[in-house]
Design a protein around this ligand. Structure first.
Ligand SMILES: [Fe+2]
Length: 224
């Protein structure tokens, strides 16, 4: 019959073996050169304007509410990207949510500024579930500045009911970026770069539509 000492010692050794195994696994499965280049998307504050009441329409087209005829006012933007896990593998069935203010600086929130001037045709919030390549797509407007903030789109990523990332996406070349406290709070230039994307004119578009690509790398690898 083992005494208490040998029992606890055996447990200790088991634990040690497990730890050593985990360390070896971490060593042998260290991501390769490609994965090492991935920059984890930095988290940003959710801010006070996540909708306090979700709209009736929460699809990925923020320009048109349900089957309304009049679209929202703003520069039409096709926002696409991928959600990748920490290893660079696409994350399927992740729910990407975006929310942003309308052309007049009004959010879909009871406490928003400019509520009386809000664009009633702007959905203000949308959701998309990623496909097998981790891809998502939204049609929305190019974000505009409002007092105290450079233009940005709020983004949240959920997976199996867990919130994995809350961040904000910024417009490359926007002069107000460098004066924005929340943007500047990201110290790592690579991380800053990772959430600053080009809103580029689509050549074939006759109505001046823009395309923006925002890939997100999570500090998370789902359990298989
Ligand atoms: Fe905001």
């Amino acid at each position: 019959m083992p005494n208490a000492w040998s029992h606890s010692r055996r447990r200790f050794l088991n634990r040690l073996a497990t730890t050593a195994g985990a360390a070896a696994a971490a060593y042998w499965f260290t991501p390769g050169a490609f994965a090492e280049k991935l920059t984890q998307t930095p988290a940003q504050t959710e801010g006070p304007f996540y909708p306090d009441k979700l709209p009736l329409d929460t699809d990925n087209d923020l320009l048109v509410i349900n089957d309304a005829i009049t679209p929202a006012v703003g520069e039409v933007t096709h926002l696409t990207g991928k959600v990748l896990d920490a290893k660079g593998d696409p994350l399927r069935n992740a729910v990407v949510e975006i929310w942003q203010c309308d052309k007049n600086g009004a959010y879909l929130h009871s406490g928003t500024d400019n509520r009386q001037r809000s664009d009633r045709n702007f959905q203000g919030f949308g959701r998309f579930t990623t496909g097998s390549a981790g891809e998502y797509y939204f049609r929305t407007i190019k974000p505009v500045p409002y007092p105290g903030r450079t233009p940005h789109i709020h983004v949240k990523v959920k997976h199996k009911g867990r919130e994995l990332l809350t961040t904000q996406c910024y417009v490359k070349g926007e002069p107000q970026n460098d004066r924005d406290g929340i943007y500047r709070s990201i110290r790592d230039p690579k991380q800053r770069e990772s959430i600053t994307v080009e809103f580029a004119p689509i050549k074939e578009s006759r109505i001046g539509e823009l395309a923006a690509k925002f890939d997100m790398v999570l500090g998370y690898t789902p359990q298989v």
